[in-house]
Design a protein around this ligand. Structure first.
Ligand code: AP5
Length: 222
């Protein structure tokens, strides 16, 4: 009997380090990373219909309408690689309605990880963030500078990473967070995200390894 692969949700305020931790989780556990922010940014840069609709919401830091995001996520979740390798959902659900859409489809994670970071740290992380459009890697001008001059020269800044927009993204996060947490209370793990990224990953690693072991045990017991 084959053990069903891991299903993980990661959440937290803007710039709490979700994308950074996801890079490390994928490397270790081989899950398929599904980031709604990344998917939407790809649609915007490809100039698709979805991208054109999403663009104005994203650039002002507001949530993109549910009907656009939800179908994007559920389509991705139904694909073969996700079923085989397991999933790591980042940036979804972001509202009570989005959480309910997944519940209705009986899509539930094994564990819901929340990265907890104080507000004043978040602003600095956003304003200093840079992205490598070639590798997709996340940098920070002070915390994680690029390895070479070549990478440095091609780094880009997200249009929603200004102080003003981060503040409004943070407000929207706070308006929605409680309603989402209530859906996942029984599997929720809060982690202090205001520590070095390797230290945070150690905690996440042991949580996920634990869940994986439990799943293997249940499979054996049949
Ligand atoms: P999205 O891309 O999901 O943005 P977000 O939730 O605001 O999260 P971020 O990507 O800003 O931060 P992160 O937590 O991944 O942090 P990172 O690792 O990069 O969404 C963008 C927009 O898309 C939304 O505003 C909305 O419009 C739309 N959207 C997306 N999903 C949607 C949905 N479900 N419904 C509707 N609309 C949706 O780290 C941040 C910085 O900090 C980096 O520079 C990093 O190097 C640094 N850093 C990371 N960890 C540490 C550490 N431990 N110590 C010091 N620095 C660190």
């Amino acid at each position: 009997l084959q053990t069903e692969p891991l299903k993980v949700m990661i959440s937290g305020a803007p710039a709490s380090g979700k994308g950074t931790q996801c890079e490390m989780i994928v490397q270790k556990f081989g899950l398929v990373h599904i980031s709604t922010g990344d998917l939407l940014r790809a649609e915007v840069s490809a100039g698709t219909e979805i991208g054109n609709k999403a663009k104005e919401y994203m650039s002002t830091g507001r949530l993109v309408p549910d009907e656009i995001v939800t179908s994007m996520v559920t389509t991705r979740l139904s694909q073969k690689d996700v079923k085989e390798k397991g999933w790591l959902l980042d940036g979804y659900p972001r509202s009570f309605d989005q959480a309910q859409s997944l519940e209705k489809l009986k899509i539930r994670p094994d564990i819901y990880v929340v990265l907890d970071v104080p507000d004043e740290i978040l602003i600095n992380r956003c304003v200093g963030r840079r992205l490598d459009p070639v590798t997709g890697k996340i940098y920070h001008i002070k915390n994680f500078p690029p390895e070479t001059e070549e990478i440095k020269a091609r780094l880009i800044t997200r249009p929603d990473d200004t102080e003003e927009k981060v503040n409004s993204r943070l407000q929207i996060y706070k308006q929605n967070v409680e309603a989402i947490l209530s859906t996942y209370m029984d599997i929720l793990k809060k982690i202090d995200g205001n520590r070095p990224k390797e230290v945070i990953f150690k905690d996440i690693d042991s949580l996920l390894s634990q869940v994986q072991k439990e799943k293997e045990k249940t499979t054996k017991l049949g």
